[in-house]
Design a protein. Structure first.
Length: 664
């Protein structure tokens, strides 16, 4: 529901139509300020949960650019101080107030609160610079479909210390994307003056990346017209730019954290462009506008408080969307391949051939290199513009993938080594995995591929298996196929049928192994396990085993050799269970297969404390398992470079056999 606006029309996209005359600009600016004061009043009355960041004093600054956007594909990406941007974009005053007081009629049903809003092409988030890389993906998607929409990414001057901002600006520059960075330059972050945190100038930073730069002051009488002209120039030039807007914050960052002196606060109040604008109006007109706005917001408040408190329709175990029905034929991948590398390369090729929405991006993917492990060999020349080599910019390209996914593309992002995923964590943890859980109409079908694991002497930062870290991220799917799985088909299904952000791990040692299912069988996935039917668990061995070995990814060949040794030399009946889905853990599927087994050993290459084995064995204990268990993994020390040292750290055939013999 869009609340009625006093004196403003709404276009087909429910965007307020604000003329450039003084009365219209004052009326809407005053309405934003009155809304902020209303929010502060509600906060003081204990009706707002958490905190809120107001834009008091920055109303015209927040209106200027957003008001000028007139294309249905235009995007606004905002931050924690987002209310003015949101109201100018949407006119949804009831949706904002109800959201902040945690009611059902909130624009996000109370889930996002003050900082986290999603509405059509408007997104805001509380992490500084977090949305900047996502804007790159949204802009890239618009260029690929030849849309004239532009992306406006709004940051405060305090955000200029964040590294992701510069990764994003660099990507926008080298790809010449229509992204306008708007810096609301109010001279202070929370309580720290930005003159103490910025080296050089803001303009100098923009020009260093080749961006066109504009500088406006929201106290200038021509500010609104100037902002409109900037948007027109951006739409015409189709390349990135930065608009710096000098503005001032009248009040604190949040609550009572304004440490500025009385003299400074008085000077800011005297500068206030909204107050100056009011003086240019006839007193009776200004008074009437204020009365109309007051009456309107009283109605909005009453409607918001009459809305039921936000509740969940049902208690959710997870925020994952179900398997997507195939709208077009999905490329079927052969179960056998010369090696896993060839299987994955063929899967990517057929994905690109069959679906123009698929975009592959990562470092050094171009010919003749074809990626560090040659998974994209031959693809960049065949699919120009859709297999994209990027700068060394892991967080930036992760955010780009999220933006592409939000825009309806099917991005596959390659991170050169799984160790570097730590650089991507914020984008995965606070953005990709949270958006679908918070916002009902948002999907992030992002697939991130990366080689994992050791045994090649690559050392502490190129040999890790970090799945234990990422399996704990709510809403993130983690898949780790083996050479017994149909890795190509799992990749195809992840891209085409699984509408959730997915980390796709590939063990380096398996790239050269033949992909061969041998005599493994697929265990039927439990219907209550999200993704279990799409990402299968395999089983091989004796029907009534003495010992069941559970493993995944690159541990499978070693576990198989250990199983043969245990069978041949120890005369044990051995079973091997190999899931490809690690998170969400296919709990019921695995419990159904394991609960009646007398002994279970879980073997993983990761630093296994707090990892997959810990979660699986905890699930068994909760289900009343009474057998014997052990788990093997890498101790909690950095992985060494010397092969002789590395061999003593990582589980191998001998350590598996020795540990199993000890438990028999």
């Amino acid at each position: 529901m869009i609340a009625r606006l006093p004196g403003f029309a709404l276009d087909a996209n429910a965007k307020p139509q604000i003329a450039l005359d003084d009365a219209s600009v004052f009326a809407f600016g005053h309405l934003i300020r009155s809304t902020e004061n209303k929010i502060l009043d509600l906060f003081g009355r204990g009706l707002v949960s958490g905190t809120t960041h107001t834009c008091l004093g920055q109303e015209l600054c927040q209106m200027g650019v957003v008001r000028a956007l007139d294309h249905p594909d235009d995007v606004v990406l905002s931050n924690h101080r987002n209310h003015g941007h949101f109201l100018t974009y949407s006119g949804h005053f009831l949706g904002l107030i109800a959201e902040i007081v945690g009611r059902k009629d909130g624009v996000c049903g109370g889930y996002g609160g003050s900082q986290h809003l999603a509405y059509r092409h408007f997104h805001s988030n509380g992490v500084q610079a977090g949305m900047t890389a996502i804007g790159i993906g949204l802009a890239l998607a618009r260029r690929q479909v030849k849309s004239e929409g532009i992306v406006v990414t709004v940051v405060g001057d305090g955000t200029l210390g964040e590294g992701l901002l510069y990764e994003s600006i660099n990507l926008a520059s080298i790809w010449r994307l229509p992204v306008l960075y708007v810096v609301e330059n109010n001279g202070i972050a929370q309580t720290t003056y930005t003159r103490d945190t910025i080296g050089g100038t803001i303009e100098g930073r923009a020009r260093a990346f080749g961006l066109q730069c504009w500088h406006l002051d929201d106290a200038d009488p021509g500010f609104m017209a100037g902002a409109e002209q900037v948007v027109k120039e951006m739409r015409a030039q189709r390349s990135p730019g930065m608009l710096i807007i000098d503005t001032c914050r009248l009040g604190p960052h949040s609550k009572g954290d304004d440490l500025r002196g009385e003299t400074e606060r008085r000077a800011i109040a005297e500068r206030d462009p909204l107050a100056t604008l009011r003086k240019r109006l006839a007193p009776a007109l200004a008074e009437q506008i204020e009365q109309d706005n007051f009456a309107f917001l009283q109605e909005v408040e009453a409607a918001a408080l009459a809305s039921p408190e936000a509740t969940f329709s049902s208690e959710r175990e997870h925020a994952l969307r179900p398997v997507r029905a195939a709208k077009t034929p999905i490329p079927v991948q052969p179960a056998r391949a010369n090696n896993v590398r060839a299987a994955l390369n063929n899967a990517l090729r057929e994905l690109l051939e069959n679906d123009e929405r698929v975009v592959v991006l990562g470092e050094d993917l171009h010919e003749p290199y074809g990626g560090a492990f040659k998974i994209t060999a031959g693809l960049s020349t065949q699919f120009t513009g859709r297999v994209i080599s990027t700068p060394i910019s892991e967080a930036g390209i992760t955010g780009t993938g999220i933006g592409l996914a939000l825009a309806g593309r099917r991005p596959v992002v390659e991170i050169m080594f799984a160790d570097f995923l730590s650089l991507c964590m914020d984008q995965l943890y606070n953005h990709a995995a949270k958006f679908p859980g918070m916002f009902a109409d948002v999907e992030v079908p992002l697939v991130m591929r990366t080689p994992s694991g050791g045994r090649r002497g690559y050392g502490p930062t190129h040999s890790q298996s970090p799945e234990n870290l990422f399996c704990s991220v709510p809403g993130l799917t983690v898949v780790f196929p083996s050479n017994r799985h149909n890795s190509g088909q799992i990749l195809v299904d992840a891209v085409t049928r699984w509408p959730n952000p997915t980390l796709f791990l590939e063990h380096k040692l398996l790239y050269g192994e033949a992909q061969d299912p041998r005599d493994y069988e697929v265990i039927e996935g439990h219907e209550a396990d999200a993704g279990a039917s799409l990402f299968p668990t395999l089983r091989w061995g004796h029907a009534t085993p003495d010992i069941t070995l559970v493993c995944f990814g690159g541990m499978v060949p070693m576990v198989e050799r250990a199983a043969q040794t245990l069978a041949n030399e120890e005369e044990l009946r051995v079973e091997v269970l190999v899931p490809s889905l690690l998170a969400p853990l296919p709990r019921r599927t695995l419990l159904r297969a394991l609960l009646k087994r007398p002994r279970i050993a879980v073997i993983e290459e990761s630093h296994h404390e707090f990892g997959v084995s810990a979660e699986l064995l905890a699930s068994l204990a909760e289900a009343g398992y009474r057998g014997s268990v052990i788990r093997l993994g890498t101790p909690s020390v950095p992985i060494a470079s010397a092969r002789s040292l590395e061999r003593t750290q990582l589980p191998d055939e001998k350590s598996i056999v020795a540990n199993v013999v000890d438990m028999i």
